[in-house]
Every structure is written in C-alpha cells, then in structure tokens.
Unconditional design. Structure first.
Ligand code: KIV
Length: 258
C-alpha cells in the first residue's frame, strides 16, 4: 500500500518508522522491496554516489536527476527528497520554486530542509503552499563550512534548549516529521517526547520514532571508514569484489564465455 505523509504521522507511538536513502533506480527498488516506510534521496549522494567530500557541491539539477531515477522505481515507500545546499537560505519564492521542481519534475512526494528556527519559520510558507516538509536539525551537513567538521549536538543544557526550540519551530511551521542527526540520545528522547510529529534519528540513539540509514552503509558498499552509529548489515563490497575478480580471471583464462 502506498505510504503517505499522513501514514507517517500516524505511526508515531504506534511502531518505529524505517527510512533508507536511495540514489538511483536499483537502490530505490531494493529499499522499496525491503519494506522501507520512507525512501530519502539524500544529498549524501554527493559523497556516496558522486565522490565529493561533502554535500556542498550537490545542486538542484543533480537532486532532480537522481530523484527522478528513484521515482521511476515506483516504490510504495514515501519518496522524500533533500533540498540541497544554500537553497533554503534564499527567498521563500525561490525555495518554493525549487520544492515545486523536486515534486513536479523529480517525482518527490515531500522534501527535507536542513535548518534551525529561522529556516523553520520560513518553511511554514512552503508547507502552506502544499509541499510536505521534513525538518532536519542537530548536525546539518550543509553547515560543514561554518562548523569546520561534524560533531554531536544536544550534549549541554543550552544545546538541548536550542534543539527543543528548533523542534517546536518545525512543528509550528507544519512539518510532518523531523530528522535528528548526531543528537545526544537523551536530548533526542526529550525532543521526541516534546513534539507531536514523528522524529527520525541517525546517530541519535534508540528513543526516537524511527531510524534512517544511508543505504551504502547498511549494505557495506563503502571502501572507507563507516560512521560509528551505522550498522553494516552485509559486506556487499567484499562479495562484489570477489565476484568481479572471478569474472576478470575467467576472461583472462578464456573460461568466459564458455
Ligand atoms: O542526505 C542524507 O542522506 C541525510 C541523512 C541524514 C540520512 O540527510
């Protein structure tokens, strides 16, 4: 059955929400057939699929290209697309224009916007225009140039107050859900308790309404280091290397084709 933002809202307090990223037709089919509730075309595709060092170089056109490929898999999951770097800092009209493209041309059903209170307040107009929005707080990878690196959020009283204020602002702005990235587990539990919309965590501990994993982390496809919070469910890179190595040898030994 097709999952909608309404389905996701109703899952709060019912059962945990499972979200996965996907970046193309094949990963979207995999995530969809595995039963994910939400498929995120994350701007993490900059790192995982395109080899950039951060999400900063990811443009609207890149997001449209990948989102449309994911949409062609027609998953039952809710299709969520990231609003990429710097867009949300523009005028409301521009942000709405980008969101409209992601929905109309990219086939997304909702968008995710990174930001604190000011971005949330601005996004109220986007939600009122009919674009379902997920807010993204805690570590916001699009802020990496200002942060100078990645760290955990909500470890101090002041940090928790700030996260609560941001979460409330997204709720008041009409967001259907909230993503908490790299948030202290106790702070994430507090936020989850304080808002009526579901929270989805990544590196935010178990006391949230759902979890998201980057698909290449879950499948063990990356060559480099994995984030401490990620779980590698299978070593697909190892399996693939073995298979492809066999193919290369068989060609050289004239065993393939038979
Ligand atoms: O871009 C992304 O993949 C994300 C993660 C938090 C899942 O936003």
């Amino acid at each position: 059955m097709k999952i909608t933002t309404q389905t996701i809202r109703k899952l709060k307090g019912d059962r945990p929400i499972a979200m996965l990223t996907a970046y193309d037709f094949i990963t979207a089919q995999l995530a969809g057939e595995a039963g994910a509730d939400i498929i995120l075309v994350g701007d993490s595709l900059g790192n995982t699929a395109l080899g950039f060092e951060s999400t900063i170089p990811v443009t609207v056109d890149i997001m449209l290209h990948h989102c449309a490929a994911v949409a062609r898999a027609k998953p039952d999951a809710l299709l969520l697309c990231d609003v990429p770097f710097a867009v949300a800092g523009h005028s409301t009209d521009y942000v709405l224009d980008v969101c409209t493209k992601l929905l109309q041309q990219g086939g997304a059903e909702c968008v995710k916007i990174e930001g604190g209170v000011r971005r949330a307040e601005k996004s109220a107009a986007i939600a009122r225009a009919g674009v379902p929005v997920m807010g993204h707080i805690g570590l916001k990878p699009q802020d990496v140039l200002q942060l100078g690196g990645y760290r955990k959020f909500g470890k101090t009283d002041q940090g928790r107050e700030r996260l609560l204020a941001e979460a409330k602002a997204w709720e008041d702005a009409g967001a259907f859900s909230l993503l908490l990235e790299m948030v202290d587990a106790e702070a994430a539990a507090m936020v989850t308790e304080a808002v009526s919309i579901p929270t989805i965590g990544i590196g935010a501990g178990p006391n949230v309404d759902g979890q998201v994993l980057v698909i290449s982390d879950a499948l063990g496809l990356n060559a480099g280091k994995y984030p401490g919070f990620a779980k590698k469910y299978v070593d697909l890179r190892g399996i693939a290397l073995k298979a492809l190595g066999e193919y290369v040898s068989e060609v050289r030994e004239r065993k393939f084709p038979e």
